[in-house]
Write a protein that binds this ligand. Structure first.
Ligand SMILES: [Zn+2]
Ligand SMILES: [Zn+2]
Length: 256
């Protein structure tokens, strides 16, 4: 992988709706347009997180435009995996208001002993949920799991495995574990989605740590779906009948 590297879809970001993030939807879209990102995913936290917006935040997505500052928008959620059974903090009805679903483990949301056996079981169960698009930041030391079989299962279940710039930078063990996780993704040809998880507009579209890691692994570009915004839009469209070419918002509940 030697060519210039710029993600065209950044589909895991947070706004002021999560108060430890600091920019508005419009500011995030403006930043996306300036960095060359064509598709921006807004994914504030599901209600299980201490800093989550009210559930009405998701219900009201219908009022937001399809495109801001020339950037196509996906209005979704970072849902919290709450236990060792893969239970999310939003049910199918609540998720039906969202166009894109990242599912992640966070220490603030779980109380079970985070052993590799139980985290592995949680991820296995999560794969049974058809509404999940992305497995968020699966590299932190706080949630160890049996990488090889579970990553293969993510592929079989059609879940994108995330490589998360923010997590690689800030979370304990993420960079070291990432070398193993993404080497396995390369070995088994598992598609990955590179996201910033930006909590501030100035971070949208910028992925230097992840890029270096992927270059070191000589990771195939064809497996990095966020290098091609159309590919992500197609994935979202297949599941939810979203019309990116229109200002009309068709939310997933029509197809659930
Ligand atoms: Zn997260
Ligand atoms: Zn996040």
């Amino acid at each position: 992988m030697t060519e210039p590297f710029q993600i065209r879809a950044d589909v895991h970001t947070h706004t002021v709706a999560s108060t430890h993030a600091y920019s508005t939807v419009t500011e995030m879209a403006q930043a996306a347009s300036e960095t060359g990102v064509k598709l921006l995913g807004i994914t504030d936290y599901g209600p299980g997180a201490p800093d989550a917006p009210h559930i009405w935040h998701f219900h009201n997505y219908k009022i937001l435009p399809r495109e801001i500052c020339g950037v196509k928008m996906l209005y979704g959620v970072e849902a919290n995996i709450m236990d060792e059974f893969g239970t999310l903090d939003m049910d199918a009805h609540e998720l039906s208001f969202c166009e894109w679903v990242v599912a992640s483990y966070h220490t603030s949301c779980v109380s079970f002993p985070r052993t590799p056996e139980l985290v592995t079981q949680g991820y296995r169960k999560l794969c049974e949920n058809p509404l999940v698009d992305v497995i968020g930041h699966p590299t932190t030391a706080m949630f160890p799991f049996d990488y090889e079989p579970v990553l293969k299962l993510f592929k079989e279940a059609g879940k994108l495995v995330e490589i998360n710039e923010s997590s690689l930078q800030w979370k304990q063990g993420a960079l070291e574990n990432g070398k193993t996780v993404y080497a396995l993704c390369k070995k088994y040809e598992i598609p990955i989605v590179l996201n910033t998880d930006a909590h501030f507009a100035g971070l949208v579209g910028k992925t230097p740590i992840a890029e270096q890691l992927l270059r070191d692994l000589d990771f195939p570009r064809s497996l990095i779906v966020s290098l091609d915004a159309d590919r992500i839009m197609e994935l979202a469209r297949q599941k939810r009948n979203i019309r990116f070419d229109s200002n009309e918002k068709q939310i997933a509940r029509e197809s659930v």
